[in-house]
Design a protein around this ligand. Structure first.
Ligand code: NAP
Length: 248
């Protein structure tokens, strides 16, 4: 196989696990990151040490020019694009909706929703049989927050993931005859830096009692679901919203 996957936010957490897992499956990997150059370089190093091919690409996935530059670099440097994982995403600090500023909402939707749309657009131009491509797969990393709603914490984040789910459903139908499957993984609480980034380093301990399995998930448990959705084993699966959440 000589195919490329772009993993947005591939430097840490779930994205890093997906990047490493995709390389093991033989993909060339574009490991996108925002600011943590060392983390991205470490993922690329692990892939190249194991004999794979990867490229760390800095780019803010809420900025269209950065997205265009990333896809152009992948066109030049790596194998033909066969998969996109829209993984980059953020939470903001805990707040009620009546405390949220317009700037917060604009940033949230730009990173978590507009960015994935623009990345999907660029991937479709390269993968759709309508545009002369060989087909491929898009996996969106949503969240169970899309159906729980995130009350008192981050309804804005939950709404951005609800948008991702709707995009997944619509795009899967739009592209079904063009060789592109579009699916989403909806993680529950996963052990990554995102909770501390949102000002809640103790969040896992606080919420794990509400999870039927009574534990957080590991990034690799999301990666395996995303890689299955990308693979030919999921050849008849499109428009799926796959909860990987310990039963929550
Ligand atoms: P994380 O550990 O905080 O890592 C975030 C990754 O996204 C990093 O690689 C970061 O790059 C990158 N990133 C952030 N903003 C970016 C931007 N504007 N442009 C490009 N890259 C950006 O997050 P995570 O927990 O792995 O989350 C990954 C995805 O899973 C997100 O969409 C999140 O909403 C979703 N999710 C997570 C959980 C959970 O409990 N962890 C649950 C449900 C859904 P740098 O390393 O350069 O900062």
């Amino acid at each position: 196989m000589h195919k490329t996957v772009i993993v947005t936010g591939g430097s840490r957490g779930i994205g890093a696990a997906i990047s490493l897992g995709a390389a093991e499956k033989g993909y060339d990997v574009c490991v996108n990151y925002l600011g943590n150059k060392e983390a991205a370089a470490d993922v690329v190093q692990q892939i190249t040490d194991a004999g794979g091919r990867a490229l760390a690409v800095q780019g803010d996935m809420s900025v269209e020019a950065d997205i265009l530059a990333m896809f152009a670099l992948v066109d030049r440097e790596l194998a033909p694009l066969h998969a996109l994982v829209n993984n980059a995403g953020v939470v903001d600090v805990k707040a009620r909706v009546d405390e949220m500023t317009a700037d917060r909402l604009t940033r949230m939707f730009a990173i978590n929703l507009t960015g994935p749309f623009l990345c999907a657009r660029e991937a479709i131009k390269r993968m759709s049989t309508l545009h002369g491509g060989d087909g491929g797969s898009i996996v969106n990393i949503s969240s169970v927050a899309a159906r729980l709603g995130g009350p008192g914490e981050y309804v804005d984040y939950a709404a951005s993931k609800g948008g991702i789910d709707a995009m997944t459903l619509g795009l899967s139908k739009e592209l079904a005859e063009e060789g592109i499957r579009v699916n989403a993984v909806r993680p529950g609480v996963i052990r990554t830096d995102i909770h501390a980034s949102g000002g809640q380093p103790g969040r896992i301990e606080r919420v794990k009692g509400m999870i039927p399995m009574k534990r957080a998930g590991e990034p690799e448990e999301i990666s395996s679901a995303a890689l299955w959705l990308m693979s030919d084993e999921a050849s008849y699966t499109t428009g799926a919203l796959l909860d990987v959440s310990g039963g929550r």
